[in-house]
Write a protein that binds this ligand. Structure first.
Ligand code: SAH
Length: 277
């Protein structure tokens, strides 16, 4: 059974209509028959339907009460779906899952509401200071193209920013494909992209994650300035330049020129040398 629903702007509702994109999303998640999938914002259930047929269990969190009613009817026979009505950002998932017969999800697959992309990413991955410990094998999401570009950016390019470092410290990030506005109803104003994040501990760990987070925040505060100027409030210039030299980093670099590993090395060296002002 299918149903239609008038998209609500306040919940960032854009129904995915393209079968091709749905296939790409599902393919990117490499679903196995013992997977338990977390879906954020099932909407009218087009993606949910595909997930249910290929995974063992699906836990779907939908904020829209009316949609939840329709979803319950649509998937009435599906034993492997747990539909939870509520706000994903504040929901205590562990509590809801305990005693439900549903496992902790090992993958996330979702066409998420774009207006809360940042907070969703933070909930799924954690932060530099508090990485999400019970994390996922894989997270496949539809996001805005410009966010996808920033998440997956290489250092030395303009799109590489604070968000890139924060997310790449916690996960490998890849763009699977770009998605045009016409793949949705109603079409969003911007292009979208399917991305895949694979959470993992970064090969080089920050000795002081708080310091790394602070450095990244200050370093990217003014992208037009050289890094040494952005960091002048935290470390004296001569000492910073000495650290740059030890790490083989040029004096005049900008924040986006340092790789994630170099950001970690810089924070670790700073700590080791005890140069903080
Ligand atoms: N996955 C569907 C719908 C995507 S639109 C599709 O591909 O067609 C985004 C969905 O997220 C909507 O159903 C919206 O109601 C839901 N949503 C918005 N904010 C939410 C929140 N805070 N928690 C859970 N779901 C939310």
């Amino acid at each position: 059974m299918t149903f239609s629903a008038r998209p609500r702007k306040q919940f960032g509702q854009h129904w995915l209509q393209s079968e091709t994109v749905l296939s790409k999303i599902v393919e990117a998640a490499a679903l196995k028959n013992d997977d338990c999938i977390l879906e954020i914002g099932p909407g009218t259930g087009v993606l949910t339907h595909r997930l249910l047929s290929q995974a063992q269990q699906v836990v779907a969190v939908e904020i829209d009460y009316d949609l939840c009613h329709k979803l319950v009817a649509k998937f009435a026979g599906a034993q492997n779906l747990l539909l939870l009505q509520g706000d994903f950002l504040t929901m205590n998932l562990t509590e809801k899952l305990s005693g439900s017969g549903f496992q902790d999800p090992n993958k996330v697959v979702a066409n998420i509401p774009y207006y809360i992309t940042g907070p969703i990413l933070e909930r799924l991955l954690g932060t530099i200071i508090q990485p999400q410990i019970a994390s996922f094998d894989q997270i496949v999401l539809l996001v805005q193209q410009d966010i996808a570009n920033r998440l997956c950016a290489q250092s030395g390019t303009k799109t590489f920013g604070g968000l890139t470092v924060k997310v790449q410290y916690l996960a490998d990030c890849e763009i699977i494909c770009s998605v045009p506005p016409k793949a949705f109803h109603p079409p969003p104003k911007v292009w979208s992209a399917v991305i895949r994040l694979s959470p993992r501990p970064f090969p080089l760990q920050a000795q002081d994650p708080q310091l790394l987070q602070q450095l990244v925040k200050l370093g990217f505060a003014n992208k037009r300035k050289m890094l040494r100027n952005n960091l002048s409030s935290i470390i004296e210039r001569s000492q910073l330049l000495a650290l740059f030299e030890m790490l083989n980093i040029a004096d005049n670099v900008r924040a986006e020129d340092l790789s994630v590993a170099e950001w970690v090395s810089l924070s670790n060296k700073m700590l080791e040398q005890g140069h903080l002002t």
